[in-house]
Design a protein around this ligand. Structure first.
Ligand code: UDP
Length: 237
């Protein structure tokens, strides 16, 4: 087996919506497809995963609708990422992938706390790292968390899996003339406030020169394509 420390490290940001079917009901299908691809790439890639919670709860969306005050709404959102992390870990293990659940909100019954030590242990052990609980702080997003965790694992790239093929000139779901951009600088992303990630995430990525590849995670062989084709999706960097 290849030494995990020689593998290319990727921080994969997954929205909680990967657990949703097109009709909004729960499904493991997208995760099973991801598992299949991670296995195929496992000789040369090691993954850290930041999982979102949007299928269950977003502070700025569900929290506001419920009249929950912001700091509490965001905490509920962070708890949602932990539920998703548990689902991911269980599905991974059932299909032969070894994973470590790391929690930014102390929950010893569920996973280990996030520290450079627990991260390094999981990296050396060749396990997939599943980062849950966001940054542990309200008012942040799992996108910003993806940049933070990418820096902590020394990721070559962040792969941000979305529901569109990359970054467009305008929103392709609204404007059919929108054009896919192959490369964008982080300065452009910040200045133009490109909606695919939040500004805090871009600012951090720019400061620490962390490249982000944006692509459609629901497309066929998305991870394989991201691994094999350096022009796949949009590279922000
Ligand atoms: N969240 C937070 N701090 C963080 C990360 C997440 O408060 O560091 C909360 C925030 O309310 C967010 C929710 O957790 O809306 C779920 O995360 P997100 O919306 O990023 O999930 P995704 O859209 O990726 O499924």
């Amino acid at each position: 087996m290849a030494d995990p420390m020689n593998k290319k490290r990727i921080l994969l940001k997954l929205t909680g919506e990967i657990f949703l079917a097109k009709d909004g009901t729960s499904t493991p299908e997208n995760v099973l497809t991801i598992i299949h691809q991670i296995k195929e790439l496992s000789d040369s890639f090691q993954f850290g995963i930041v999982i979102g919670g949007g299928n269950f709860f977003r502070g700025s969306q569900h929290g506001v609708k419920m009249g929950i005050r912001s700091p509490v709404g965001h905490q509920i959102g962070m708890l949602a990422t932990m539920m998703n992390g548990l689902m991911l870990k269980d599905l991974f293990e059932q299909h032969g992938l070894s994973a470590e659940l790391l929690c930014a909100m102390p929950s010893p019954e569920i996973g280990k706390p996030i520290s450079q030590q627990t991260i390094n242990e999981a990296l050396h052990g060749g396990r997939i790292l599943i980062f849950t609980g966001g940054t542990g702080n309200p008012f942040f997003t799992t996108d910003t968390n993806a940049v933070l965790r990418a820096l902590q694992i020394g990721a070559h790239e962040i792969w941000k899996g979305t529901s569109v093929d990359g970054v467009y000139t305008t929103d392709p779901r609204i404007n059919t003339n929108a054009q896919l951009l192959k490369t964008v600088t982080l300065t452009q992303a910040l200045e133009q406030k490109l909606g695919v990630m939040d500004l805090t995430a871009y600012a951090m990525a720019e400061q620490y020169k962390q490249k982000i590849r944006v692509f459609n995670i629901f497309g066929k062989d998305a991870l394989i394509n991201a691994a094999q084709d350096q022009h796949f999706g949009t590279l922000i960097g």
